[in-house]
Ligand binder design. Structure first.
Ligand code: X2X
Length: 342
């Protein structure tokens, strides 16, 4: 069932239990049909902060445009998997789409650069880079595709941790041969091959069932995703590898965007970027509470020495390989933000 998400829907869905599919929206009085109704697709659960902030932004945009613009949010990959939806944002079947730069790199190779292993050590470093030169560089590369562009503020997915069901990952050697789900992106596959694992590419909307059926033994995601996608139900161990930071670019279909009047473009831009900054704070705050919350749901956490994992990548030639793939200009932009990597 195709459903759209507004704050009221979001709240009512929450009231019927977290994770419930968004239910139909309520009309208040005789709402005038919007002049422009645009679709926003994402792969996250209704309860994820990204969807909460999108529902709020949708309401603010509708109010400020006096009902002329309606943003219909479709969570949980309702309009298709990430790889399917990347095709839809390019051809305009979908108007907006939140997507990790690493998955986007199948179209815009440079977009994966923010996912280089252990590049970022803290959120201040992330935002200084992504709101600065590195983010501007990636957005320029995205715009060169001409079919899509990215809004200025990247949203937060978080620092990624490694989960398994059969045994904990204490050292890099514990990853040897582990069948691990990774998102559909060359850098993710490359990183976990360098760790010695056996990565399997699976879109996020099939990840829970793949873990449940033991098609794969593990996966890696930020704690906010492990919580909101209920991956703790099908995973036992969580190793705080912090092996990479990941974000969501808010992509727009260029032709559909250009069809909007300038005043509506300004309102949408303002509220989408402001929502992204608010969502970043939501993720950081939520993450701080999740180790305890997920432990209470049965997950067993262990910390690791990140230097051992970073050294494993270096010894496997991961940094040399990706410096070559991204090229000197991109790599210099990355190292200017995070320090020497290779
Ligand atoms: O697919 C994933 O693991 C997710 C949800 O983190 C992304 O969208 C990259």
């Amino acid at each position: 069932m195709m459903t759209k998400l507004t704050r009221r829907t979001f709240t009512s869905a929450l009231s019927v239990g977290a994770g419930a599919a968004a239910i139909g929206t309520f009309s208040i009085g005789r709402a005038r049909a919007a002049e422009f109704t645009y679709k926003f697709a994402n792969n996250l659960a209704l309860t994820h902060p990204l969807n909460k902030r999108l529902a709020e932004a949708a309401d603010k945009i509708k109010e400020e445009t006096k009902g002329r613009f309606e943003l219909q949010v479709f969570p949980s990959s309702q309009l298709g998997s990430d790889t399917d939806t990347l095709g839809q944002i390019r051809n305009g079947a979908v108007d907006f789409f939140s997507l990790s730069g690493l998955i986007l790199s199948t179209l815009v190779p440079a977009a994966a650069i923010s996912g280089v292993g252990f590049a970022f050590d803290s959120y201040p470093t992330v935002w200084k880079a992504m709101d600065g030169q590195l983010g501007a560089f990636v957005r320029e590369e995205i715009a060169k595709s001409r079919q899509i562009f990215a809004f200025e503020k990247i949203w937060d997915n978080g620092f990624r941790q490694t989960t398994t069901s059969s045994k904990p990952v204490l050292t890099p050697a514990d990853l040897d041969g582990v069948k691990l789900r990774v998102p559909p992106a060359p850098l993710w596959t490359s990183m976990f091959k360098a760790f010695g694992a056996s990565p399997t590419t699976i879109n996020f909307n099939e990840t829970y069932s793949a873990l449940q059926a033991k098609v794969v033994d593990g996966q890696e995601n930020p704690l906010a995703i492990i919580e909101t996608a209920k991956l703790y139900e099908v995973q036992t161990y969580c190793s705080t590898t912090n092996h990479m930071w990941d974000g969501f670019w808010i992509l727009a279909n260029r032709r559909n965007w250009d069809a909007l009047p300038k005043d509506i473009q300004e309102v949408v831009t303002k509220h989408i970027n402001a929502a992204g900054v608010a969502e970043r704070a939501d993720i950081e705050k939520l993450t701080a509470s999740l180790r305890e919350q997920l432990s209470s749901k049965g997950m067993k956490f262990n910390d690791v020495n990140p230097a051992l994992f970073r050294e494993k990548l270096r010894a496997a030639g991961f940094y040399t390989e990706w410096k070559g793939k991204f090229g000197d200009k991109a790599w210099e932009t990355l190292e200017a933000a995070v320090g020497k990597l290779s």
